[in-house]
Design a protein around this ligand. Structure first.
Ligand SMILES: *[C@@H]1O[C@H](CO)[C@@H](O)[C@H](O)[C@H]1NC(C)=O
Ligand SMILES: *[C@@H]1O[C@H](CO)[C@@H](O)[C@H](O)[C@H]1NC(C)=O
Length: 406
């Protein structure tokens, strides 16, 4: 009797092939021998929110002349992964944070590049100064000891330089440079895992992004693939020396830029390929809007003198990205198979080329510049418009691109 009930309730036992199939699936999902590319890593893909691929691509303007292709690469092999670019109160620069952990500045043809600041006393020439090798994978082993300065901003009142470092949080260094002082390394008692970019409010508050609570910069790729949304917009208050969570559950928050009139700020959500607005003043204070869905993965946002916003985008997303965003179990399954991760990466993002786009304060697209063949610019991180010229940074290559503009 008992046996009969058991058989009735367990269709798997009645069908040996089904049982075998279930075991194989179970085995793949549990990956007990770590066959998958993550080798036992606790990978938890989740559903996330991307706008329909077709709709975004169809409405996105094309730069038929591929104007970024006529950009110039400067300082080739003199700077290593210059992510953010900044100019000081005297107009000197660019200053940039590099893959070897230093903030450097260009002092003109006769003096060249000089070290301006470091973000940690653990920085050493022996460990960190690896030249053009700095942007290679090997250096990433040392990043947590050398630092990886990303967002840079000068305080226009006193010439202090604020730095968002991927490992050492929010820091500041005086106009003469040197070892930067940490301002925010923790929030709610926990270490800030991945500070990324910042901007300075007129009342002294520093708004900055913390990209993920799960992955640091070296492992940022997992954050993008998982679609996880544990990133935050934080605010450091200098009057009290405290750090506050402004927004939580963001999907790879990256660049941040306060508007010219300080009524709102824009930030990018890289995983969801979109540009977001957070209201600082007026009836909608504290609310968030989607400004634009983008054709690729955005990084930093920077204001020009006219109050418009340049957004650096690594193009393009793919139809497959949309499918994987909606059905994360496909990714879970994939990761249990002995397949290469680069293949999955290629499915979610096409051959990368650069798109930079200018938005006005209403979120309308004013300009799109592309390098469709990916000949000149790849993996751009920031566009900064200064005196008739665009300065374009990259997190992964050893140069700065420039283009006369307008
Ligand atoms: C760019 O090319 C597309 C088709 O390839 C065309 O529809 C569009 O009008 C062109 N835009 C400009 C500004 O020439
Ligand atoms: C500064 O402005 C921000 C944004 O409106 C606000 O959240 C913060 O409380 C202000 N800080 C001070 C000290 O008034």
């Amino acid at each position: 009797m008992e046996k009969k009930i058991l058989l009735k309730d367990e269709p798997l036992l009645q069908h040996p092939l089904l049982l075998l199939f279930a075991l194989v699936i179970g085995f793949i999902f549990m990956d007990p021998f770590h066959f998958g590319p993550l080798g036992g890593h606790d990978y938890r893909p989740v559903k996330h929110d991307v706008a329909p691929y077709k709709q975004v691509m169809a409405s996105w303007p094309k730069d038929n002349r591929s104007r970024l292709g006529s950009g110039k690469l400067e300082f080739v092999n003199e700077v290593y992964g210059p992510e953010s670019l900044e100019f000081d109160l005297l107009g000197r620069g660019p200053y940039t944070g590099m893959a070897d952990g230093r903030v450097v500045r260009w002092m003109g043809d006769s003096l060249g590049w000089e070290t301006f600041a470091t973000v940690t006393p653990t920085w050493s020439e022996k460990l960190c100064a690896n030249g053009i090798q700095s942007t290679k994978g090997k250096q990433s082993k040392h990043e947590h000891r050398c630092g990886r300065p990303l967002g840079l901003r000068f305080d226009r009142n006193n010439g202090d330089l604020y730095i968002a470092d991927a490992y050492f949080g929010l820091l500041v260094v005086g106009p003469e440079g040197g070892l930067a002082t940490p301002l925010a390394t923790h929030v709610d008692g926990k270490h800030i895992l991945f500070a990324n970019d910042l901007d300075i409010h007129k009342n002294g508050s520093i708004f900055f992004t913390d990209t993920s609570k799960r992955y640091n910069r070296v492992n940022h790729f997992f954050s993008l693939l998982e679609g996880e949304a544990t990133g935050r917009l934080l605010r450091y208050d200098p009057t009290t020396g405290t750090t506050h969570v402004v927004l939580d559950e963001l999907a790879f928050p990256n660049g941040v830029q306060i508007s010219k009139d300080h009524s709102f700020l824009l930030f990018t959500e890289t995983t969801n390929c979109r540009l977001m607005k957070y209201w600082l003043e007026g009836p909608r204070t504290g609310q968030v809007d989607i400004v634009a869905n983008l054709p690729g993965y955005p990084d930093n946002v920077r204001l020009n003198e006219r109050g418009e916003f340049w957004v650096a985008i690594d193009c393009c997303r793919t139809p497959m990205q949309e499918v994987l965003a909606h059905y994360p179990w496909i990714k879970s399954f994939y990761f249990r198979l002995p397949l290469k991760m680069s293949f999955l990466a290629r499915m979610t993002a096409m051959e990368m080329y650069t798109v930079i786009s200018l938005f006005n304060d209403k979120g309308e697209i004013l300009e799109v510049l592309e390098d469709q063949k990916g000949e000149v610019m790849k993996l751009v991180s920031e566009v900064k418009e200064v005196n008739g010229k665009l300065w374009i940074g990259t997190v992964a290559h050893n140069h700065i691109a420039t283009l006369p503009y307008p």
